[in-house]
Design a protein around this ligand. Structure first.
Ligand SMILES: [Cu+2]
Length: 140
């Protein structure tokens, strides 16, 4: 299943009823980060991204377990998406709602930024939010 299919199956029915939802707490020390690529690296046009997670667990979208969530990859956004509502999905805000911890991405040559936002079963960021550092990579 690709990211768009996951979005259609998992995000659309939920976001229709998503106003003012309470955020789930994140534990102290929870962290998301890029295992690869590392900040400043040069990669080929199609490359693998590996998501790292500390202090929390992965659960697919729709599964209600404490201290869990799934990864969202934010590509080339100047600012983070609104974290007070469930995250939308687009080509530059990619959900990994099956619980994937790595993906392959193809980008145009040049500099790009990547950031991970971890969010809960309904794609809503935790409180406090668990967000990676924004990294910059160069695509050959
Ligand atoms: Cu999501």
């Amino acid at each position: 299943m690709n990211a768009l299919t996951s979005f259609l199956l998992l995000v659309v029915p939920i976001t229709l009823f998503a106003a003012d939802l309470p955020k789930k707490p994140s534990p102290d020390g929870a962290e998301v980060y890029f295992i690869s690529p590392k900040d400043g690296k040069t990669v080929s046009q199609t490359f693998t991204i590996r998501f790292g997670l500390k202090g929390m667990g992965i659960a697919p979208a729709g599964i209600d377990l404490p201290n869990t969530g799934h990864h969202h990859l934010v590509v080339d956004h100047d600012e983070l998406p609104d974290l007070d509502v469930p995250l939308g999905a687009s080509e530059t805000l990619i959900h990994f709602g099956l619980g994937q911890t790595e993906t392959e991405l193809t980008l145009s040559p040049g500099k790009h930024t990547l950031q991970i936002v971890f969010a809960d079963m309904i794609h809503l960021a935790h409180s406090p939010p668990v967000i990676s550092k924004k990294i910059t990579i160069t695509v050959k």
